[in-house]
Design a protein around this ligand. Sequence first.
Ligand SMILES: O=C(O)CCC(=O)C(=O)O
Length: 321
Amino acid sequence: MLEILKTFKFPYTLYNFFKKHQLEHNIPLFNKYGLKKSYYSSVSSADFRSIESPKNIYDAQDSRSAMPSNPAFEALDNQLKNELLPWSEKGYAILKGFFSAEEIDAVNQEIQSLVDTKQVKFKYRTKIMFAIDKSKLLFDFGTNKKLLSVLDLLLGKKVELFQSINFFVGSQQRSHSDSIHMTTFPYGNMIAVWVALEDITAESGPLHYYPGSHTMPYIMNHDYDNVGTETRLGKKTYSDYEDHLERIIKAKGLKKEVFVAKKGDVFIWHANLIHGGEKVIDPKSTRKSMVFHFYTTDAFCFHEITQRPSLKHRITFADYS
Ligand SMILES: O=C(O)CCC(=O)C(=O)O
């Protein structure tokens, strides 16, 4: 019954109606893009199809040549500069040893304590969602000043933390682009940060990614026949999306790489970089990691598959609590 209800748009609109205060920030954007619907109703890429999507700075210009003249770049140390320079070409940046062992130990202790006290629980088998809502320490970790300044630089504008996910073991998630889950208009206004909370082994299901895949067209509902109707969501399953993407990866001959990270290393990915989790070869292994997803403050943010606007999240830990 619940599953059938979820195929209709109406329950989501009702849910949004009760969360109106977390959607009101979209009103000027509805006006800007000429969307003739209420700000708590269903929304998807179909609403923006006739509008050109402007590119962010390092999607429009090559970061290797354009970034060095940015004052925010000049202020960084040489290691970070070298790590960020290939952003436009690769669609990711690896920041070696960005967090100290002490910072990571504190995060591990905190998440374990949230689990032990049942303040968070696992969803989708391997994921602890939004632990940042339960812990100021985790929220502050995700909004680390130096990290935010790097993200602002990469996108050329301010970002805000939207979501966190903690893993104890490999996700084994098939390849995807986050833009199907956390979509923005204009496209490309989401950015993700993955943190290794321990030394990761090749057998524990490390993160994988396809360098340069962020420059491919964004895959949206209409690309895999999942648009739906006025009242219903599209009929395709999430596996249909994954199959569609797998066919594209094969057809384009994209080359996969795997990130066997050290504790404290950070992997930043572009909104449209294809990535996922490798198969876990050693079932006894852990793969402790934490992912943060950020939106820019100026974009219209939504969830393409369920055609829901994203609820505005907290800016400080005290907001919405
Ligand atoms: O950590 C992983 O294995 C995958 C995480 C991921 O795909 C995501 O958070 O979007």
